[in-house]
Design a protein around this ligand. Structure first.
Ligand SMILES: Cc1ncc(COP(=O)(O)O)c(C=O)c1O
Length: 386
């Protein structure tokens, strides 16, 4: 049985061969710590890290490469923003489509630091009116955090419009681009945000264990580090350096991950972002069209392929979504994710809490033929369970 991987919103698989090769080459041909030695291998490691920072700065339109720091994941990046910035009395706005990577650290901060968290209610298809943000702003609103797209329904949120609104205020702005980097336009300067949190292993096609954060100049000064330690710079000083990127990059870095991430981003730039988006849009449109011919299936989120990523959530009449996911894999080799997808708020918004949905998410290697096979598999399962 052939395998069809339809869980790219979780992580991209397979990785492009260039990514695997870059990691092997890094470990084999460089393999040493950047910024920790004057010998050739250490210098080459530092060069690779710098070049990746510059590549990402170009990719996300960030003014200086140093404004990008590497972290283990977008979860870490978001924790750094929230825990490094917020203090007692602060008011924070989030959307009702956020991932637990935002919701859980905020729940802890609300309990321990007394910050106030307010959720902007999105519509049942996950869409949000940007004016709701303006209306919800208070004198003490320190931060707005929005996901660029929902990891449950794929619905794209109006993050550029919100950036326009917040640019006229003192409120800081954080955008979580876990689901869009590598497919949608993600432009740090056009977003007018202070924090852009990204992960390397999804649309950017890199390996797990590498992510990052882009910071504005004002964010650098007001955000405390979460972890302090060796940076390879100013070693005589017991205090953490306060300049970028060292303020937020202590300890040995995931250099093989950085090398793999660089290769993933190069695959995207060589293919062209527009072409990547078009390929995923076509798969999404074909899938939505196929689903519309299956009345036993309920599709959540927006049905417009231009307003969503290639992530589609469904439920089938009379079958638990966990069982359906199991049947698709056992019977047809189709890999999907069922349940709440670490985003219970989003499920409350779309009306699928606590049972969740079955999620399909397409990526760079999926084809129109695979989409058709998935529709056919669903058709057969519906017939068998009539
Ligand atoms: C919107 C969103 N934010 C955050 C995360 C967390 O990503 P990671 O596990 O790479 O930290 C995910 C992953 O599913 C996500 O979809």
């Amino acid at each position: 049985m052939n395998e069809i991987y339809a869980d790219h919103a979780a992580t991209s698989y397979p990785r492009p061969p260039q990514v695997v090769q870059a990691m092997i080459e890094y470990l084999r041909d460089i393999g040493c710590n950047p910024g920790r030695g004057g010998y050739r291998r250490s210098i080459n490691a530092a060069r690779m890290v710098y070049e990746t920072r510059a590549l990402l700065a170009d990719f996300f339109h960030v003014p200086q490469p140093e404004q990008i720091i590497f972290t283990p994941s977008v979860t870490y990046s978001l924790n750094l923003v929230l825990k490094g910035l917020l203090a007692a009395g602060d008011h924070v706005l989030i959307s009702s489509m956020e991932h637990n990577a935002v919701v859980r650290p905020l729940a802890r901060l609300a309990a321990e630091r007394g910050i106030e968290v307010e959720r902007i209610p999105c519509n049942a298809d996950g869409t949000m009116n940007p004016l709701q943000v303006r209306q919800a702003l208070k004198r003490n609103t320190r931060l707005v955090v929005l996901t660029h797209a929902s990891n449950v329904t794929g619905t794209i949120l109006p993050v550029y419009e919100v950036g326009e609104i917040l640019a006229k205020t003192d409120t800081l702005y954080c955008v979580d681009v876990a689901q869009t980097a590598g497919t949608e336009k993600v432009d740090f300067q056009d977003l007018q945000c202070d924090y852009l949190a990204f992960t390397g292993h999804k649309g950017l096609l890199g390996p797990p264990g590498i992510g990052g954060l882009c910071l504005s100049e004002r964010a650098l000064y007001v955000t405390q580090s979460l972890v302090e330690g060796g940076t390879g710079s100013r070693s005589e000083d017991e205090n953490q350096p306060q300049f970028l990127p060292d303020k937020f990059e202590s300890g040995t870095q995931n250099t093989p991950g950085i090398a793999g991430l660089a290769a993933g981003v190069k695959v995207i730039t060589q293919t062209g972002l527009a072409a990547v988006k078009e390929q995923k849009r076509n798969l999404t449109a074909a899938f939505l069209a196929g689903l519309s011919g299956l009345p036993a299936i309920r599709v959540y989120g927006t049905k417009d392929p231009d307003l969503t990523t290639a992530t589609i959530s469904i439920n089938m009449d009379g079958i638990d979504n966990g069982d359906l996911s199991f049947m698709l894999e056992q019977g047809y080799g189709i890999m999907t994710r069922s349940g709440l997808h670490c985003a219970p708020l989003a499920h409350q918004t779309i009306g699928t809490f606590p049972f969740g949905t079955l999620r399909f998410s397409f990526g760079w290697e999926n084809t129109a033929a695979e989409v058709e096979m998935i529709i056919q598999a669903l058709r057969e399962i519906i017939k068998e369970h009539k």
